[in-house]
Design a protein around this ligand. Structure first.
Ligand code: FES
Length: 146
């Protein structure tokens, strides 16, 4: 299996690893087949009048996952910093994989759980501020059995 230089770099030197105390949003997603898990912690600059325009000011992650999962989480964390919640919820696994100069086909699910875990964290934030209406529109993680 051939990994790009970017994947290797983010795997060897992952950015934004860790936790945020009293995070505004926390989201976890896992893959039932490989058993890997990823959790993201978000600090969010609120926009009360339009929460979709709130910005991610800080992000950290922890993963119990494969090398590709580590690279995905690191790259995704860099990509969403400073982005609005609507931009983050529009992100796909392909966006992260492309930014990493590609992933082998059997590793695309690693990218999926990364994006879905971040979107779960956004959902968590929206629920905490009482916006279940907006949270309900976000797909998030399909496998909640972790
Ligand atoms: Fe499952 Fe990478 S092999 S997350």
């Amino acid at each position: 299996m051939q990994y790009s230089e970017k994947v290797m770099d983010h795997f060897m030197n992952p950015r934004n690893v860790g936790e945020i105390e009293n995070a505004d949003g926390i989201g976890t997603c896992g893959n039932p087949v490989c058993g890997d898990l990823m959790t993201f912690y978000l600090r969010i600059e609120p926009r009360i009048e339009d929460p979709n325009k709130a910005c991610i000011s800080e992000i950290r992650f922890k993963t119990f996952g494969c090398g590709a999962a580590i690279a995905v989480a690191s790259m995704a964390s860099e990509m969403v910093k400073g982005k609005t919640l609507s931009e983050v919820t529009a992100m796909s696994r392909d966006d992260v994989a492309n930014e990493l100069d590609g992933l082998p086909p059997i590793k695309m699910h690693c990218s999926n759980i990364g994006v879905q875990a971040i979107q779960e964290a956004v959902k968590d934030y929206l629920k905490k501020i009482g916006r279940d209406d907006l949270a309900g529109k976000i797909k998030g993680c399909p496998d909640k059995k972790h």
